[in-house]
Write a protein that binds this ligand. Structure first.
Ligand code: XLS
Ligand code: NI
Ligand code: NI
Length: 437
């Protein structure tokens, strides 16, 4: 069989922090046990099919400079077969157990819906075989309801019911594919489920359409016995001006409003969080505290650029903060850290795909090691407990328990003296974190 990454002879090895080999892990030592689990179990890394194999390095100003050997074939279906081989070779050599795909990245869209369905079935059967041979697994599948021009006004939220029906049929097949491959989750990212202008939009109905669409998916999962976790991936905008799944808090409210709350968790993407005006950490924490942090699209934006640049994670502060939340909630369950990230336009070599993933895996592994130390030393938590200690008893405990009323509080405050203030110690705590990093 053709080798697509001949420069990599053996799986990428762990060589330790002192290593200067750019094709080795310095921190990711997959069998190392931290807080009772191996690093591989904590981190559950996944490769994103669309960026890693289908990305061409295009931008709005120009065609893609990458020349991938798996694209050298006569027909779209042959390209898809070769790409599948490249995926399993890449994952094996990198040492990542999971991958994620959209229906349209793993198999080409045909001239008709039926032809697209056949293409998908053909490739999914091959993928099933490859998974059995290699032991590699599917973290999640999803349907691409945004690239084809038919979806220019959305899938679930399209003003044309027949287009929404087309999208629903596509989701049905993508769910079948995910189930066939034992996918552990199924993702809904509503890239075009939003609007450009309210002048032509029936906002109320579009939100209802989205809810009805998700209810159909829940019903179908029950029908076929798909037990993977449903995930919604919030993003505020891009490609639409306003996306209905704006951020975690918005999605939680939407799910409650439409009786969908029990069926979905969140897939949090770092760059989507920052686009929404939040930190990655904020979105993770809001989801986690609601018991809804299901999975992560691990990437980053660029502070100088205001769009979804989908860069590979490289910021140790961000990965440490993320791993603190993930470890403290007891892991991601069926979720994982999916590198929804693309190498830069000028990174045209196949080896760049390895450098990118190795660096990202290492920065999360290192974040895990640091997060575990911070958590077990307990200094941050001790400070937090002390800061809120007045809520343990007296008026604080009464307010929290719903025993207090404004009138009795007013009387007590009137009889008492001015409450004291204390330092929030932000710089002290930032220095503390830097000691661990
Ligand atoms: C795009 C999204 C997309 C989802 C899957 O911004 O991140 O790639 O992860 O549809
Ligand atoms: Ni994503
Ligand atoms: Ni994204």
């Amino acid at each position: 069989m053709t080798e697509y990454f001949p420069e990599i002879k053996a799986p990428i090895a762990y060589e330790g922090p002192e290593s200067t080999n750019p094709l080795a892990f310095r921190y990711y030592d997959k069998d190392r046990v931290i807080a009772g689990k191996t690093m591989a179990e904590h981190l559950r890394f996944a490769v994103a099919y669309w960026h890693t194999y289908k990305g061409e390095g295009t931008d709005v100003f120009g065609a893609g400079p990458y020349d991938r050997p798996w694209n050298h074939a006569a027909t779209p279906l042959e390209i898809a077969e070769k790409t599948l081989d490249a995926n399993f070779e890449f994952m094996t050599k990198l040492g990542v157990d999971y991958y994620c795909f959209h229906d349209r990245d793993i198999a080409p869209e045909g001239a008709t819906f039926a032809e697209s369905a056949d293409n998908l079935k053909h490739i999914i059967d091959l993928a099933e075989k490859k998974q059995k041979e290699t032991g590699l697994k599917l973290l999640w599948g999803t349907a691409n309801l945004f690239s084809n021009p038919r979806y220019m006004s959305g899938g679930a939220t399209n003003p044309n019911a027949n287009i929404t029906a087309y999208a629903a049929a596509q989701v049905k097949l993508a769910m079948d594919a995910t189930k066939q491959l034992d996918g552990e989750n199924y993702v809904f990212w509503g890239g075009r489920e939003g609007y450009e202008t309210l002048l032509n939009t029936n906002l109320k109905q579009e939100r209802e359409q989205l809810a009805a669409f998700l209810h159909m998916a829940v019903g179908y999962a029950k029908k076929i016995g798909f037990t993977g976790q449903f995930l919604i991936e919030p993003k505020p905008c891009e490609p639409t001006k306003h996306q209905y799944d704006r951020d975690v808090a918005t999605v939680l409210g939407f799910l409650r409003e439409f009786d969908l709350y029990d069926y979905f968790k969140m897939n949090i993407e770092a760059n989507h969080a920052t686009l929404a005006g939040h930190t990655f950490e904020h979105e993770l924490l809001i989801a986690s505290q609601a018991g809804k942090l299901g999975s992560v699209d691990a990437n980053r934006g660029d502070v100088m650029l205001g769009w979804d640049t989908d860069q590979f994670p490289s910021d140790i502060y961000e990965t440490t903060a993320a791993m603190m939340i993930i470890v403290q909630q007891g892991g991601l369950g069926s979720g994982g850290l999916n590198f929804d990230a693309k190498v830069r336009r000028q990174s045209i070599d196949q080896l760049d795909l390895f450098y990118a993933h190795i660096g990202a895996m290492d920065v999360f592994a290192r974040g895990l090691i640091i997060a575990d130390k911070i958590i077990s030393d307990g200094a941050l938590e001790a400070n937090r407990i002390e800061r809120y200690s007045s809520w343990q008893s007296g008026v604080g405990a009464d307010i929290l328990a719903g025993r207090a009323d404004l009138a009795s509080i007013e009387a007590a405050v009137r009889a008492g003296s001015e409450p004291s203030i204390r330092s929030g110690r932000q710089e002290y705590l930032e220095n503390l974190i830097n000691r661990y990093i």
